[in-house]
Design a protein around this ligand. Structure first.
Ligand code: SF4
Length: 378
């Protein structure tokens, strides 16, 4: 195992013909990168750019609006992972622009930390209709699938807002061709889906990719592999998380996902509709689908935008086009205590991470007694 010091030394010794722009698409990676201070260390040479790696940030406003509507008007208990309660939407439902606002208005909205908690609430209160607002990527959706395929109480229904990661990454790389030089792929998703799912980055985008774990050594191993690839122009799929990520992934979890869900076109907040990027309940689980039991607010399809609009800077941050502190609201009108956009809510949101850790795209460096402003991310 390499040490952080030896990896940093290897990275510094690897010749670069130009500054590299490396896209990282996992909120856990972004948190580890900022906490380790990698951007400050690399400054101009290696730009680490956060992408659409936070499921809370990309959950479409219409799903949140529907959950608020159910909580306020249909006398149901809404249960969801804690971060979802604070995500704001632009269009208030009966005056409530978040689930926490609905809760404060008297609706029964409860934070949970696992799908088992949702099941326990439904079992414990059989007289109440309980709706599990399920938001997450493949890693979260696998245990959700396992729970939904087991015996469930009749009073539990599901509002599903699960997403697959790779179609969004493909969308970002396709729509911003020649913007990125390499990709750090998410280790948790690859644990479930397998290394080979990221081969498309090489085959279709001609870019090197490295699957990374979440400790600094694993991330530095990935960065070293990617810059070696870029400098030698030999493009490979690298796995810096071999202790967990295997070829073909976790076959039991993949079977659960395939059995419980089908892949559908899905709306991503700030991005739009991405083909086959969402999980929908399989026909055998349609009795759990909340949309089969309650009228939606908007009678049009759930994948069509409702006209609700996310702030443009949130979209740019999600797509890796703007550093979080490039947003005019960052740290002013938008802070974790009163978020203006979803990226400031979740622990996996780039704005929240940058705000909480003090990460900035321009830092002040004192050299020979003079203070200089140094840009560490373009
Ligand atoms: S600082 Fe707030 S408004 Fe600006 S991009 Fe981030 S979440 Fe959106």
């Amino acid at each position: 195992m390499y040490s952080v010091e030896s990896l940093l030394s290897l990275i510094k010794k690897t010749p670069l013909t130009k500054p590299l722009r490396i896209l990282n698409v996992c909120g856990g990676h972004e948190r580890a990168i900022t906490r380790a201070g990698f951007r400050t260390l690399f400054q101009h040479n290696i730009h680490l750019i956060p992408g659409p790696g936070c499921p809370v940030c990309i959950c479409p406003e219409e799903d949140i609006a529907f959950a608020i509507h159910l909580a306020l008007n249909e006398n149901v208990v809404i249960v969801s992972f804690g971060d979802m309660l604070r995500v704001p939407i632009d269009c208030a439902i009966d005056g409530c622009d978040s689930l926490i606002a609905a809760k404060n208005s008297g609706a029964d909205v409860r934070p949970i930390s696992s799908v088992q908690e949702a099941v326990s609430i439904a079992i414990g209160e059989p007289e109440k209709a309980v709706v599990f607002f399920a938001v997450g990527f493949e890693t979260t959706m696998a245990p959700v699938a396992a729970a939904l395929l087991a015996d469930l109480p009749n009073n539990l229904k599901v509002l599903l807002s699960g997403r697959l990661t790779w179609p969004a990454v493909a969308h970002v790389l396709r729509s911003q061709k020649d913007t990125f030089d390499a990709l750090i792929a998410p280790g948790h998703v690859a644990t479930i889906m397998g290394c080979e799912e990221w081969q498309f980055v090489i085959d279709h985008h001609d870019l090197p990719v490295s699957i990374s774990g979440f400790h600094p050594e694993s991330l530095l191993l990935s960065i070293h592999a990617l810059i070696k690839n870029c400098s030698s122009r030999v493009i490979t799929l690298n796995n810096s998380y071999p202790e967990v990520v295997k070829h073909h992934g976790n076959s039991a979890a993949k079977t659960l996902l395939k059995t419980a869900f089908t892949q559908v076109d899905a709306h991503w907040r700030g991005i739009g509709v991405i083909p086959r990027s969402g999980f929908s309940l399989a026909a055998k689980l349609s009795h759990l689908d909340v949309t089969n039991h309650y009228e939606p607010i908007d009678s049009s399809s759930r994948i069509i935008q409702t006209g609700l609009k996310t702030p443009p800077s949130c979209e740019q941050v999600i797509l890796g086009q703007m550093a979080p502190d490039g947003c005019p609201f960052f740290g002013k009108e938008c802070i974790p205590a009163s978020p203006k956009g979803a990226c400031m809510v979740s622990d996996e949101g780039a704005c929240r991470i940058w705000y909480s850790t003090g990460e900035r795209s321009v830092i002040e460096v004192i050299e020979k007694g003079n203070t200089q402003k140094v840009e560490i991310k373009s």
